[in-house]
Design a protein around this ligand. Structure first.
Ligand code: CP
Ligand code: NVA
Length: 302
């Protein structure tokens, strides 16, 4: 049985296979060709945090694949009142064909997979955001024609997005360069993983250094969901970690800008840069639908 708990678990071949399938599902979608690959299947979607893109793209994606999706808010589930994840996993496995979960602790997602008997897809944890980064890889490949050999740069918090971007882009052969304040570096497990790619990974606290020669620049919010109480202190720590016109000057000509959204204009990205790259950013948002349908088919298909 195939899960998507984190990109660290998937090989480069599996990631590329899903991107190829995502491209072909996107073509079907654009041409209006039916593709009922998950006919009669039901996905449960557990949300312990807010979502616009993830919720709507998974629900629509299941519908387009001939299946059905159930929105399960932890505010209404018994899990929100303390029913153990081991029990929830075993109960839901008797009803559903797969679960997508957005939550805080990565361990909860791993536990669902351990105790349940159906595929589990990670829709974001504090540790990683693998579905988003599959869409990101699809978008960059679409615009640049390839991933291997590109210079990918990430500016900002060493958070769930940074963790997944580093793993996904290194696995597919890109050079990865990140700039973050010393106190906000990516997860230690991810930094240990980068050691398998000597000469391909750079980390600095200077955004200009990281952006030099970039083919694509990513950023994300300074305070993630669950960190609202740290907003003021983070605004101080991340001042200067902004994707703006000056930063883009040191990048390669034609450098793409990507943002998983939601964006905080005036903080991690200027309104000017956001709007100049809006087409690429909304292609990225659209590709959540296509990339996730590919993940669902890979994990839940026959
Ligand atoms: N990028 C992303 O995951 O968006 P949502 O939080 O709206 O799902
Ligand atoms: N790092 C952000 C990503 C949102 C899609 C968060 O976790 O809130």
């Amino acid at each position: 049985m195939k899960h998507l708990l984190k990109l660290l678990d998937w090989s480069a071949e599996e990631i590329t296979g899903v991107l190829d399938l995502a491209d072909s599902l996107k073509a079907d979608n654009k041409a209006g060709r039916p593709h009922p690959l998950l006919q009669g299947k039901t996905l449960g979607m557990i949300f312990e945090k807010s979502s616009t893109r993830t919720r709507v793209s998974f629900e629509t994606g299941m519908y387009q694949l001939g299946g059905h999706a159930l929105f399960l808010s932890s505010r209404d589930l018994q899990i929100g009142r303390g029913e153990p994840v081991q029990d929830t996993a075993r109960v839901l496995s008797r009803y559903l064909d797969g679960i997508m979960i957005r939550t805080f602790a990565q361990q909860e997602v791993e536990d669902l997979a351990r105790y349940g008997s159906i595929p589990i897809v990670n829709g974001l944890t504090d540790f990683c955001h693998p579905c988003q980064v599959l869409a990101d890889l699809q978008t960059v490949r679409e615009h640049k024609g390839h991933i291997a050999g590109l210079n990918m740069c990430y500016i900002g918090d060493g958070n769930n997005m940074a963790n997944s971007l580093i793993v996904g882009f290194l696995k597919l052969g890109a050079h990865v360069s990140i700039a973050c304040p010393e106190a906000y570096q990516p997860d230690a497990q991810v930094l240990a993983f980068t050691e398998q790619y000597p000469g391909m990974f750079r980390m600095t606290d200077k955004p200009m250094e990281a952006a030099e020669g970039a083919d694509v620049i990513f950023t994300d919010v300074w305070a993630s969901m669950g960190q609202e109480g740290e907003k003021a202190i983070r605004e101080q720590a991340f001042r200067g970690y902004q994707v703006n016109a000056a930063l883009l000057k040191v990048a390669h000509e034609g450098c793409m800008v990507q943002h998983c959204l939601p964006a905080h204009r005036g903080e991690e990205i200027t309104d000017e840069v956001f709007e100049a790259h809006a087409d690429e950013i909304f292609d990225e948002a659209e590709n959540r639908l296509h990339a996730q349908k590919a993940v669902l088919v890979k994990c839940m298909g026959n």
